[in-house]
Design a protein around this ligand. Structure first.
Ligand code: RP5
Length: 171
């Protein structure tokens, strides 16, 4: 299976998958965050119900291809993250996507969040792909000092932004 380009020539550590091209806009912040953290990733479309065999192949080969974390986004009856999690022991981060036909996104949230015991999916907020990228970086940062260092710098930048607002309000 050929995957879509990564952010560098290195072997991708994170696989970003989504159920449809229509999820791309929501999922892009995960890719942007991984780019910021200089983490090689791949991004592609894998649909649990439209391309079920592709999903099985992707999940079963993910670890041997070098992936360490999978970010899976889907909307509606969003079974992609749970099914992928069932097929691999790599950590799977689920992004509930608010799709056009959704009931305010609750369908996506509940179908990704409410995994029965035994097969976890780390679920982020509705359309919360940025946090999915960060969480993937944090998982990799547990054994990669360079990534942990970039995460510290990112946190510092958040703190400094708040402190600048505090200073401005004092004036
Ligand atoms: C899911 O169905 C996708 O994840 C998407 O969020 C939703 C709608 O897909 P399209 O009909 O826009 O392709 O599989």
């Amino acid at each position: 299976m050929t995957e879509t380009p990564t952010n560098s020539q290195s072997t991708p550590l994170v696989g970003i998958i989504m159920g449809s091209q229509s999820d791309l806009k929501v999922m892009e912040p995960a890719a942007e965050m991984l780019e910021t953290m200089n983490i090689p990733f791949e991004l592609t479309i894998v649909s649990a119900h439209r391309t079920p065999h592709r999903m099985v192949e992707y999940a079963e080969n993910a670890r041997k291809r070098g992936l360490r974390v999978i970010i899976a986004g889907a909307g509606g009856a969003a079974h992609l993250p749970g099914m992928v999690a069932a097929l691999t022991t790599l950590p799977v981060i689920g992004v509930p996507v608010r799709s056009s036909n959704s009931i305010d996104g609750w369908d996506s949230i509940l179908s990704i969040l409410q995994m029965p015991g035994g097969i976890p999916v780390a679920t982020v907020a509705l359309n919360g792909a940025q946090n999915a990228g960060l969480l993937a970086a944090q998982i990799l940062g547990t054994f990669n000092a360079a990534i942990a260092d970039r995460l510290d710098k990112y946190r510092n930048s958040l703190r400094e932004k708040v402190m600048r607002s505090v200073d401005e309000l004092r004036r």
